[in-house]
Design a protein around this ligand. Structure first.
Ligand code: SAM
Length: 343
């Protein structure tokens, strides 16, 4: 293990609003094998050229530095992390080098099944799988690909290996709202938390509109008409910003994540790093801090990166204030597409 980067610094990263930053979302690529209509929205989007993508060595270095500042929860995301070559080996290396890090992955699940055994052997315990519909034809309409069965196989393979799975569903009115009973059934029959996430107007060609926006409160009300829901405030539960509900006899739970209607900025503990090594301290802010030149410069190196993480962390904005400003300007909330940010 490389102890150079794992010794904690005195004090953790606390911002000007008193929020402790403890969670890093690291994007491994902006490329994806799906074309979800709401995610990579711009027809003229150009993928980040190869030489600008952080190498795995640089990602490892960043994880080590972040964990020194107390960011001990790390989520690998993308684009689709599993389309990047040797991603599974990278997961193994992270867990070998930083066993103290709570490593997770967010994936579309299409390439997951063949990797599940190695993930389990490496010690990866939690995976979030994005799945917006339980209907194969609709899946193809939403994502542009006929990969529904692959995703289901990916989920099953993880469950067989004992990896905890959360299913994330972007709530889309008129598209997947009729499927609420099916998703509840999924959480009832499987040890899987099914979490609906409000659609966010991210990216400057965002497909967001009020007509497809399905607010969390409406989902909760409709779910409550279908089944009994019991709020679950289990202490120590890693639900993040999700409000969780138990179902009678359910093996999994229903979760609601409402960044739009009931923002959780006061509790936000996140840093995001894009695949080209840009730190974003708030999903809704396009202010980015470029870490790649520092990582690559023999003159600067790790100490300079630490300083930027610390300085940027202190200035972490309150996203809800940005949302209000954007709403007044009638603009999309941030210019970067979600596939480049990582969700
Ligand atoms: N490819 C991986 C996946 O599918 O999970 C990781 C990257 S993807 C950008 C991360 C998450 O962001 C997915 O769950 C996706 O559905 C979600 N997402 C993308 N655009 C969104 C939007 N505008 N509003 C809400 N969620 C969004």
């Amino acid at each position: 293990m490389d102890t150079k980067y794992s010794t904690p610094l005195p004090g953790s990263l606390v911002d000007q609003h008193g929020r402790r930053i403890s969670y890093l979302r690291l994007s491994l690529t902006d490329r994806c094998n799906l074309r979800c209509f709401y995610c990579n929205t711009c027809a003229d989007y150009t993928f980040i050229p190869h030489q600008r993508i952080l190498t795995y060595e640089e990602c490892l270095q960043l994880i080590g530095l972040a964990s020194r500042l107390g960011l001990s929860k790390v989520r690998l995301t993308g684009g689709e992390p599993l389309v990047r070559r040797d991603c599974t080996r990278f997961v193994e290396r992270v867990l070998e080098q930083y066993p103290e890090v709570d490593l997770r992955m967010t994936t579309n699940g299409t390439l997951l099944a063949p990797e599940a055994r190695r993930f389990r052997a490496a010690g990866l315990q939690r995976v979030n799988v994005s799945l917006d519909t339980l209907d194969r034809a609709k899946f193809q309409r939403i994502t542009g690909r006929d990969y529904y069965s692959r995703v289901r196989r990916g989920i099953d393979a993880c469950l067989e290996e004992g990896i905890q799975v959360k299913v994330n569903v972007v709530a889309l009115k008129g598209i997947n709202d009729q499927e609420l009973p099916d998703f509840l059934r999924m959480a009832l029959d499987n040890p899987v938390d099914v979490r609906f996430i409000e659609f966010m107007p991210v990216g400057h060609c965002s497909a967001w509109s009020t007509s497809v926006f399905w607010p969390a409160e409406d989902i909760l009300r409709k779910a409550g008409e279908i089944t009994v829901l019991e709020p679950d405030h289990a202490p120590g539960e890693h639900s993040g910003p999700a409000r969780m509900y138990r179902l009678p006899e359910g093996r999994g739970r229903l979760g609601l994540i409402s960044p739009m209607s009931d923002h959780f900025c006061a509790r936000c503990n996140r840093f995001r790093i894009t695949a080209d090594g840009r730190l974003r301290t708030c999903l809704f802010s396009d202010r980015e801090y470029s870490l790649r030149p520092l990582l690559r410069s023999p003159k600067h190196g790790p100490e300079a990166v630490l300083k930027v993480l610390q300085a940027a962390g202190r200035k972490k904005p309150f996203g809800s204030q940005l949302l209000e400003q954007f709403a007044q300007a009638d603009d999309s909330f941030c210019r970067r597409d979600m596939n480049a940010i990582g969700g």
